[in-house]
Ligand binder design. Sequence first.
Ligand SMILES: NC(=O)c1ccc[n+]([C@@H]2O[C@H](COP(=O)([O-])OP(=O)(O)OC[C@H]3O[C@@H](n4cnc5c(N)ncnc54)[C@H](O)[C@@H]3O)[C@@H](O)[C@H]2O)c1
Length: 370
Amino acid sequence: MLIGVPKEVKDHEARVGVVPAGVKALMDAGHKVIVETKAGELSSMTDNEYKQAGAEIVGSAAEVWKRADMVVKVKEPIAQEIPYFRDGLVLFTYLHLAPIPDLTEQLLKNKVIGIAYETVTDRNGTLPLLTPMSEVAGRMSVQVGASYLEHERGGRGVLLGGVPGVPPAKVVIIGGGVVGINAAKIALGMGADVAIIDINLNRLRELDDIFNGHLRTLASNSYTIAKAAAEADLLIGGVLIPGASAPKLVTREMVKNMKKGAVIVDVAIDQGGCIETARPTTHSNPAYIEYGVVHYCVTNMPGAVPHTSTLALTNATFPYVMKLANQGPMAAIKSDSGIREGVNTFKGSLTYSAVAQSQNKPWRNVAELV
Ligand SMILES: NC(=O)c1ccc[n+]([C@@H]2O[C@H](COP(=O)([O-])OP(=O)(O)OC[C@H]3O[C@@H](n4cnc5c(N)ncnc54)[C@H](O)[C@@H]3O)[C@@H](O)[C@H]2O)c1
């Protein structure tokens, strides 16, 4: 199979769909890879490294899209990429189609086989291609929170770990899933006093076991959240209700009662945020202050660390790339129920029910089409 890797064109997107190690593995398996020049540059992966791994470097995105049997990307295509769609092209990337009817329409009209990272499932029914970005964002949340707690960045001037004789900062994490556990690891590692709040008691049991009592686990309710928020130096939002907007668990009143100079990092902002005063921000202007509390609400936090994020993402996506290449898309879709779940558009049919529902469109089960 000829696999194409274009350079990402979405604003502030510095990741790349396949790394040089992936190119080498694909070449070893008898496939060919074409990479647009400078595709990996912002992730610190040079054309030369791709070339040494066996890729052919081409000068334009148009050439990659035109020649490749399968295009492997990171973000959903934007307007300038849509003219490259064509019948039978396999596109493997994040698609997030539900809120983008135009893109859905174009994929259908051009009969593209669109396989979305975000809906591929593993044997446990979880979403393996979302997990790595939550790991990155969870770990980053403490790093950025610690930085905004510094006086000169608007924070109350608290060192996360304290020092002997001075207590550490209090970190409160709402949501003990992938983001939450990764935030907790880093916060504990930096010596903070950590509490984690979740609605799932079994998850709290697991966290208590994993951290061996080094953090406090709290059952989620508005009373507990209000109390914890008022005490927090750093409040991290990592709640998710799959498929739904995040619930506003921290109200405006609770934020008003927080310490002046405390910091909020609402990681769940990509789902609307779980803190009422949070609104989406970008890497160019990541934080603002409301009620004296610093708010950091960047919707694509992993974009700040593209080298790590690219490697983390491609570690997870690559086995699927290899399977699609080795077996061919039809056989891979037939044999792997996880890949099948990832197929959102198939040769003119919409094949993912949640996208169809949100756009009020008909859909077909891909199993009946392959
Ligand atoms: N901003 C970014 O750049 C970025 C990056 C990655 C992930 N995210 C987002 O972070 C959020 C969390 O992702 P995740 O992978 O950790 O999800 P997850 O499913 O692993 O964890 C979510 C947790 O929230 C808990 N929860 C649900 N309702 C709750 C409530 N009422 N009170 C307390 N806890 C509750 C669940 O029990 C679960 O443990 C998602 O919205 C995800 O999209 C954002």
